[in-house]
Design a protein around this ligand. Structure first.
Ligand code: ADP
Ligand code: MG
Length: 342
């Protein structure tokens, strides 16, 4: 049974960066304003993420790593109003099957922090010789998740991870993108033992400043901004879908070799090859051959229109009225680019 669980977990957690994405989303869901990531050996030896969010109640710790444990649904009717992809309570459970997982957490109400460790979905002693229940410890308000020896028991996953420097750049990429999307939150990422972080963003910044800091002045100085608000789109007469989009994209003066495309739908980093291709098409008309833009797009869609059958950790997403919404976004960006060049 544990082998099957491990294989299933490996389907959800493909690599250190996919574990990290889940953990960052949890920190943001917990209302954190500071997220600090520490990495050893590309996240395989250690992936630690510390936040200053709401914390986890001590009473919730025993079942934290069981499948379908989630504090994000209070009733079944919530299922139709899911605004987070992380509603299935599978991330921590999966991680506990393929690593040594520990949690240190403190809510405002608790007098001290509590540490708990997990393996295969259940509590294990935080130190050999102790009982498995959570132990009191020192700690600030918020949560620290510690993942050690990721994939130690799943050799196929481990061998699929080629180099720790490649994994580390994937981790930095995830953090960079979430930092752009959450400019008010301070992000720090460093290698364990290193004095200087590889990513640091300040508290209470704004999207253009974050883009300048993380992607550089060359991008930031050619950036345009467009908001599409309270749009409606109809897949059938009685059931309109409301959506809005916030976009930042470079003008014709910016010509990179490779396209950078950051897409968030309902605040989750996702991929939409269709939308990406459509945007490439827009820029094909204005950039010389071989040149590519930078685009950051945040799309909010009525959650009932987002395909919830897509597994939460599969990044490719589909939504109702995709065609129409994509066309409207592309048209808006195109006309903004055209207005600029005149
Ligand atoms: P989900 O996010 O889908 O609910 P997870 O497995 O990612 O499932 O997390 C399970 C639960 O653990 C969450 O619902 C939340 O209650 C709690 N949790 C996880 N990480 C944090 C965190 N950083 N701060 C507060 N609570 C957390
Ligand atoms: Mg989650």
């Amino acid at each position: 049974e544990s082998l099957i669980n491990r294989i299933a977990a490996g389907e959800i957690i493909h690599r250190p960066a996919s574990a990290l994405k889940e953990l960052v989303e949890n920190c943001l869901d917990a209302g954190s304003t500071s997220i600090k990531v520490t990495v050893k050996d590309g996240g395989l030896k250690l992936l630690q993420i510390q936040d200053n969010g709401c914390g986890i109640r001590k009473a919730d710790l025993p079942i934290l790593a069981e499948r379908f444990t989630t504090s994000k649904l209070s009733s079944f009717s919530d299922l139709s109003r899911i605004s987070t992809y992380g509603f299935r309570g599978e991330a921590l459970a999966s991680i506990s099957h393929v690593s040594r997982l520990s949690v240190i957490t403190k809510t405002k109400r608790e007098a001290c922090a509590w540490k708990a460790s997990y393996s295969d979905g259940t509590l294990t002693p935080v130190k050999p010789g102790l009982t498995a229940d959570p132990k009191p410890c020192a700690g600030n308000d918020g949560t620290t998740i510690i993942i050690e020896d990721l994939f130690y028991n799943t050799p196929t996953r481990l061998s699929a991870v080629r180099s720790s420097s490649e994994e580390y750049s994937r981790i930095l990429d995830v953090i960079t993108k979430y930092a752009i999307h959450n400019p008010r939150v301070s992000f720090v990422c460093k290698k364990a033992g290193s004095a200087s972080p590889d990513v640091t963003t300040p508290l209470n910044s704004e999207v253009p400043q974050a883009i300048r800091l993380l992607y550089g002045h060359a991008v930031a100085k050619e950036l345009l901004h467009k908001t599409l608000e309270n749009e409606t789109s109809r897949h059938n007469k009685d059931d309109p879908v409301t959506w809005s989009a916030e976009s930042f994209f470079t003008n014709a003066n910016y010509q990179a070799k490779k396209m950078v495309f950051l897409l968030f739908i309902n605040h989750r980093l996702v991929e939409s090859p269709r939308l990406k291709r459509a945007l490439e098409g827009v820029y094909n008309g204005i950039l010389p051959k071989g040149a590519s833009p930078f685009i950051y797009l945040s799309l909010d869609i009525d959650p009932k229109a987002v395909d919830v059958n897509v597994h939460p950790t599969k990044r490719e997403v589909h939504f109702l009225n995709e065609e129409e919404i994509i066309t409207r976004i592309c048209d808006a960006i195109q006309s903004e680019l055209a207005a600029q060049s005149h």
